[in-house]
Design a protein around this ligand. Structure first.
Ligand code: GLU
Length: 366
């Protein structure tokens, strides 16, 4: 079970389903207190942890007395989410606070993680929060997202968040301890402990609909999340949250083995994006990049092309192309920063600068 060992996964995303957080009496505070203690243990052991928390709709629907768990209409779901989210964040702030941890709330929509500029923003914020040892608590911004721009389920949201946060592991906690070869209620259903490749046979095993009827995911969206995660080089575990300290209990689970990370990242950058421009760098910067560093403006000597923040650019050294990555700046701004030290950037730009021209977490060496 490598994923459960903190040392193997410097950044972890834990996704918690609605049925674990809320029951007929409201928030399951005792359980939450337990998982907050689990998270605190991991943070103390040096792991950075972000939580993707469902439960806003379920909680809000209870408070407002809405039918069908608040899912009778989109308006109901949005009103329930708006009501439930504020209570949910309060509970998270309290239970994490009791462990000496600081919680931060991030509400995101599909667009925030698919649009490349906004993806960089979300990514930089997550990176900063995690580096500060704050625990981001993330949910979909259900109260404004309409059907067309919703993730709809937090399983896929967790997979996208993991990508944006540069995490290498995801644990999906729900009311089931993993994938079964058929509906787990059927006699003879077999638990699958490890999935190397998500093929048609695996997809067919996913049973539609979640057992609790509270969340919106079910196994289908968990497999979809695993597909996104593994394709991005992130390991994903489906485990049961029906125990008191789920992150410190070595219980049965399903592990989805990721594709090799370097290859996955390269494919993502190479396949998804055509380079819109080139940043030429000096020999010193070329060396720094080869050592795994970010590209700083001080080492850049020329900018070609009309790219925008979030576009892919090729980075060229004295001996030719050396890397490809997402630019943190529009070409026009990058041009102004050429050869200038980071301390000068704020004044040149007139606003708080980014930490690099191309951050190492959005770059692959060619
Ligand atoms: N974002 C929804 C909520 O907070 C949950 C979505 C899901 O069920 O996965 O209630």
């Amino acid at each position: 079970m490598p994923l459960f060992a903190p040392a193997d996964c410097p950044r972890l995303i834990v996704k918690i389903g609605s049925a674990l957080l809320v029951d007929a009496d409201g928030v399951r505070r005792d359980w939450l207190t337990g998982i907050a203690a689990d998270i605190a243990d991991r943070v103390r052991a040096g792991q950075q942890v972000a939580v993707v928390s469902s439960g806003a709709i379920a909680l809000g629907a209870r408070r407002l007395g809405l039918a069908k768990g608040g899912r009778a209409s989109l308006e109901d779901a949005q009103a329930a989410a708006a009501t439930g989210q504020i209570a949910l964040s309060q509970v998270w702030a309290e239970v994490l606070g009791a462990q000496g941890l600081t919680a931060a709330q991030m509400l995101v929509t599909l667009d925030d993680l698919e649009d490349r500029r906004r993806y960089l923003n979300a990514s930089a914020t997550l990176d900063r929060l995690l580096a500060l040892n704050v625990v981001p608590v993330i949910n979909e911004n259900d109260s404004v997202a309409t059907a067309e721009i919703r993730f709809g389920d937090n399983d896929r949201l967790a997979a996208r968040v993991a990508q944006a946060a540069g995490a290498t592991g995801i644990i999906l906690l729900s009311d089931i301890d993993g994938l079964y070869d058929r509906n787990p209620d059927l006699p003879g259903a077999m638990h699958i402990a490890r999935v190397e490749r998500i093929d048609a046979a695996i997809a067919a095993m996913a049973d539609r609909g979640s057992a609790s009827g509270m969340g919106s995911g079910g196994m289908v969206s968990k497999i979809e999340a695993a597909r996104i995660a593994c394709g991005a080089g992130v390991a994903l575990v489906i485990a049961s949250g029906r125990v008191d300290r789920p992150l410190s209990t070595a219980a049965r689970h399903t592990l989805f083995v990721p594709e090799k990370r370097a290859r996955a990242r390269k494919a993502w950058l190479a396949g998804r994006l055509t380079a819109r421009g080139t940043i030429v760098v000096d020999a010193g910067a070329a060396q720094a990049l080869a050592a795994g560093r970010s590209l700083l403006a001080a080492g850049a000597i020329a900018v070609h092309g009309a790219f925008f923040r979030g576009d892919a650019v090729t980075i060229e050294g004295p001996a030719g192309p050396i890397a490809r990555g997402l630019s943190e700046y529009d070409a026009r701004e990058a041009l102004k920063l050429l050869g200038r030290r980071s301390e000068e950037h704020g004044e040149i730009l007139g606003y708080a600068p980014r930490s690099a021209l191309v951050h190492r977490s959005h770059m692959v060496l060619l």
